[in-house]
Design a protein around this ligand. Sequence first.
Ligand code: PMP
Length: 353
Amino acid sequence: MEKTGFRRNLINITPYVAGEQPKNDRIIKLNANENAYPPSPMVQKAINGFDVSSLRRYPDFSGEPLRSRLAEYYGLKTSQIFVGNGSDDVLAAAFRAFFNGSEPILYPDVTYSFYPVWCEILKIPFKTIPLREDFTINVDDYCVPNGGIIFPNPNAPTSIALSKGEIIRLLDANRDVIVVLDETYIDFGGESCVDLLGSYDNLVITRTFSKSRSLAGMRLGFAMGSEELISYMNAVKDSYNSYPVDAVAIAAGCAAVEDDEYFKGTLKKLIATRERLAGEFTELGFKVAASAANFLFVTHPRYKAKDIFTYLRDKGIFIRYFDSPRIDNYLRITVGTDEESDRLTEAVREFVR
Ligand code: PMP
């Protein structure tokens, strides 16, 4: 319906839809790729010891000392790190800072469904590039004139990683535009491209504390890139919100980065559970994509994905179903604890029977 009067000036947008939030804690929540395990005990300690009286001051506007901690961890300069309020905030700053041309930016047809939302709200021209039939990225399709490139590695919701060799090929063919690699899930598998930052000054990598560091509720994300590109992201941030990262989040983030042993231990457990779960789903007749993330992307040749989704939902197990082209017979399932995974497999086994 056409809008008239003051309503004609209202925003016209389809927002991103996040995974459903359960109303009680008996639900097994495997629908938002959150970490199955709690954050490091050092995070708890940092929060317990946090000096509340310091909250009367604004936090450091660049997210210090978290920024330096991350720089040290990844072997970069502090000026090469940008921190934000979750990687969604970081990605929004990247879209604003880097995608201002008239040529369309490129991203896969099946990918993180927030990208089209940012393009719409920021009026960025874009072109989606179909993944191959097996849901892998074909780098050749990105070797065409464009206004920038973004994709997650591993991709979401497919869980499939692109090799570093292929990413290098993509970067070599796209020296004149900015390539944003969304490494939200890279800690669970796949090869990080952080060590390519020295060779490609047009590469920006985004990361989050929400997945591998179990801090989705804290809202922390960061980007890594050349000093020049990071300075543009900071200019964008300072143009809409000078202090996106609060002081408690900075303290929690620092503690999470310091406890590397806990971080690596959690990853190891989740990867082991993922592999076991993938085996069990394969035995149940599912086709399971080779996952390098903390979730599985599956389809069954005999059953409708939506029916499985609804069956599990009624049993108190939340997974993710996307009613979108090409993937409307697939399910995205977050890897939970061993116990959660056992209950999931049990319920799916009942369904298949
Ligand atoms: N990128 C991808 C590919 C994601 O799946 C997500 C999680 N929904 C994000 C970015 C954003 O995560 P966060 O804002 O929690 O860091």
